[in-house]
Design a protein around this ligand. Structure first.
Ligand code: PLP
Length: 364
């Protein structure tokens, strides 16, 4: 099955094979070596040249675990977080904070609209109790790229902590984490890194890690400083999904061999191919090109074609597309181009899509 949903993604045979490496105990040196390698590779890939300034905390859990751990670990007593909310995943961060009754200030926007950095600057000046700002890098809801650099400059300029959910952004979009002074970035193995779902991570500025040691614990499993021992060394306090870590390590090897910039280019080319062909068919994108990511394109459903019909007819031919969420459910469909996909596979999907459109005889 070819997965054109935004994760889980199709992985290479090499990554799949890594699952069957020997059984090991996570308290033994073999696992320590594996974990050290994963951390080093993550830092090399995403904070090149600033590896010593960041720690990579690896969690067994999906992307939400990484986001939740970053958010819950980073707020001192009596302080608040401000969440930029322009999609399902921004909304989820608000819900996480709300659940813990931490008090959330929302910077809420229409889905498909980017935040204005100047308005954020004003909001931060008016709210000294806001300690951290959280935002989603790539809002997978619509495929929108938020203006990370501009928002990071405002947050840094106002001496606040910036937390970025880049679960669907890392390795798919350019991101200068160290240069933009981003304190925390949440990511996952199972999207643009092309590993399996079930392992996620947070890249944290080391100085901030020290400060977080004095912050309240709101979760045992997800409290980030629990992933450091008394001497300040990174530790593994809980039983990890060992086999998934093997595959994650192999996916990182592949990423570093391909090069992050080349991976991004490969995705951008695949997205461009999809967009050209959809445009020729008269299928209308939800977002203007300047807001679109390299890996997800959302389209309005053509008149007379229900999502389920489109989905099912494509699935019969071996392709899985993705539905709209929340207010966009039943109105749009999404095509992702993450994962170990060759251009030929994208081409064959587009041919299958054309066949479905012809047989449904829809108006676009
Ligand atoms: C931007 C973003 N954040 C968080 C998540 C949650 O990740 P998971 O489903 O792996 O928990 C997703 C999942 O698609 C996402 O796209």
């Amino acid at each position: 099955m070819i997965l054109l949903n935004p994760g889980p993604v199709n992985v290479s045979e090499r990554v799949r094979q890594a699952l069957s490496r020997p059984d090991i105990c996570h308290r033994e040196s073999e696992f320590a070596d594996l974990l050290r390698g994963i951390r080093q590779k993550l830092l090399k890939a995403f904070v090149p040249g600033a590896e010593s300034e960041y720690a990579a905390i690896i969690l067994t859990g999906s992307g939400t675990a990484a986001v939740e751990s970053a958010v819950l670990s980073s707020i001192p007593h009596g302080k608040r977080i401000l969440v930029v909310n322009n999609g399902v995943y921004g909304e989820r961060i608000s819900n996480i904070v709300g659940l813990h009754r931490l008090g959330v200030s929302e910077f809420k926007l229409e889905w498909g609209t980017r935040p204005d950095p100047e308005k954020l600057r004003v909001a931060l000046r008016q709210h000294p109790e806001v300690h951290a700002v959280a935002m989603v890098h790539h809002e997978t809801t619509t495929g929108l790229i938020n203006p990370v650099k501009e928002i990071a400059d405002v947050v840094d300029g106002q001496n606040r902590v910036f937390i970025l959910d880049s679960v669907s952004g890392l390795a798919g979009e350019p991101l200068n984490i160290a240069g933009s002074h981003i304190y925390m970035v949440a990511g996952t193995a199972g999207k643009c890194i092309q590993g399996f779902p079930g392992v996620s991570f947070v890249l944290v500025r080391r100085g901030f890690m020290e400060r977080m040691k004095g912050y309240p614990k709101r979760s045992w499993y997800l409290h980030l400083t629990h992933y450091f021992d008394e001497e300040g060394r990174e530790a593994i306090p809980f039983t990890p999904a060992v086999q998934l870590y093997y595959a994650f390590d192999e996916a990182l090897n592949e990423l570093l061999e391909e090069g992050v910039a080349n991976r991004i280019q490969r995705y951008a080319k695949a997205a461009a191919l999809i967009r050209r062909r959809m445009s020729a068919l008269g299928i209308k994108p939800v977002l203007p090109p300047e807001l679109q990511s390299n890996t997800v394109t959302s389209y309005y459903l053509p008149t007379g074609l229900a999502y389920q019909t489109l989905h099912d007819r494509l699935k019969e031919q071996g392709y899985v597309i993705y539905a709209g969420q929340g207010q966009l459910e039943g109105k749009i469909f999404r095509v992702a181009n993450m994962g170990a996909l060759a251009p030929q596979q994208i081409e064959e999907f587009l041919q299958a899509f054309e066949r479905v459109l012809e047989s449904a005889a829809v108006r676009t």
